[in-house]
Design a protein around this ligand. Structure first.
Ligand code: GCO
Ligand code: MG
Length: 412
């Protein structure tokens, strides 16, 4: 089962996606997601110039060996570009192995540990009525757990608030939830941590009063706080019983979470921008977090993320894999196969892709009664319609960034 062809496909149906397609000599194909939002073409070059030539002629059945070869032979380890590239190879090889075996990938990973995956969606609004409406529409769509993001009085635009980031009148294009805007430069937003810390507890109080004590609620802090500010926020949200508080401090400093942890029982989740187990090591070993947010696409693939999650399981830490629309349907399917098979599944983030994306990536995963399932097609269960993909060439697009009132650049 030798690899005969390695293609890198860039398509931009509702946003940019990078996909690796491997074809074996006997005609089996495998897909891998290599999308690195805002830096897509760096991964394209890494794959085309440095990885694809190494794969031709190698044995597609040797997933672990190929991973170790790509990771160790480059000398330069880790980092988002490298790990997204390796991730796409790993995913594509699992896809091929599943097709060769006639089994869905979750069967190869040990079989199902549950019947489906609880998923959360993103509700948001500038002010309370809009937030309530957004929560209600998510409940109508079947979501049983909901992330809530809010505007802050005095601030013009905040990342993650859907209504502020609509830059299109085309209802099919879902820029609303993930505002990577097309253009040569990122747009600027404003930020004030003090105003946010004052405002947020009241929002969760109102949401609890309206929707009751049972609905699992989540919140994303987008790395904007210092450790002591995050500790204060965690404490002030305790009465509203959050499922988790995500990315409360910048992710690079693992020690920061120790301080936060000392002050609050609000569960903590982190890791959507982490690349390897080393970014999680202290957090897991010292039990400073409750959920691992790593994405298959950015943690180097199914193989290393499975190892990281199994390590986390020893400390009763669960999965909460990243699943915004910048993870392609291939990356989402990979997360679902992994999530279905591991014992310590926690929750899956799930933002629905736009219609064009669903036409480019034909999926067999399902969303029913608030639960995801990867489906039972052999492999990952996602196929790329290359004619459709060809209709949407790459367009430069960037996430926004933040400045404080005095002009200082801030984490967004
Ligand atoms: C999340 C994330 C996203 C990211 C986006 C960046 O929790 O879903 O924070 O909203 O900002 O994936 O590419
Ligand atoms: Mg996040």
């Amino acid at each position: 089962m030798k690899i005969a062809k390695a293609e890198v496909i860039v398509t931009s149906p509702d946003r940019n996606f990078v996909t690796l397609k491997l074809t074996t000599e006997d005609g089996l194909t495998g897909l891998g997601d290599a999308t690195l939002n805002g830096r897509e073409l760096a991964v394209v070059s890494y794959l085309k110039d440095h990885v694809a030539p190494l794969l031709i002629g190698s044995d597609a059945s040797r997933i672990e060996d190929t991973w170790q070869f790509l990771y160790r032979s480059a000398y330069w380890r880790r980092g988002p570009v490298t790990m997204a590239s390796i991730a796409s190879v790993d995913m594509a090889l699992w896809d091929i192995k599943g097709k060769a075996a006639g089994m869905p990938v979750y069967q190869l990973l040990g079989g199902a540990s549950r019947t489906g995956l609880m998923a959360y969606g993103h509700a948001s609004g500038k002010e309370m009525p809009e937030i309530f409406d957004s929560i209600r529409s998510h409940l109508e769509e079947g979501y049983r757990s909901i992330r809530v993001q809010t505007g802050v009085p005095g601030l013009k635009a905040i990342y993650g608030i859907a209504s502020q980031s609509m830059d299109t009148t085309d209802a099919d294009v879902r820029y609303d939830h993930e505002p990577a805007r097309r253009g040569a430069k990122p747009t600027e937003e404003d930020w004030d941590t003090r105003a946010y810390l004052k405002h947020l507890p009241g929002v969760f109080e109102a949401v609890r009063n309206e929707f009751g004590p049972d609905l699992p609620l989540l919140h994303d802090g987008h790395h904007r706080m210092t450790p002591i500010q995050a500790a204060k926020l965690g404490k002030s949200l305790e009465p509203y019983d959050l499922f988790w508080l995500e990315d409360c401090t910048p992710a690079e400093n693992q020690e920061a979470l120790r301080l936060v942890r000392q002050h609050t029982t609000t569960p903590l989740a982190i890791g959507e921008i982490f690349n390897t187990v080393w970014d999680f090591k202290d957090l897991i070993r010292d039990q400073l977090i409750d959920y691992v947010r790593g994405a298959v696409t950015h943690m180097g693939g199914i193989s290393p993320l499975k190892k990281t999650l199994e390590y986390a399981a020893q400390y009763q830490i669960k999965s909460g894999m990243h699943g915004p629309t910048d993870i392609s349907p291939v990356g989402m399917a990979a997360a679902m196969h992994l999530g279905l098979s591991i014992h310590n599944f926690g929750i899956q983030e799930y933002m629905k892709h736009g219609k064009r994306t669903d036409q480019v990536f034909e999926q067999s995963y399902t969303w029913e009664n608030g639960m995801l399932h990867p489906g039972d097609e052999p492999g990952l269960g996602v196929e790329l319609n290359q004619d459709e993909a060809g209709k949407y060439p790459y367009e430069q697009a960037y996430l926004p960034y933040n400045r404080l009132a005095d002009g200082t650049v801030h984490d967004w």
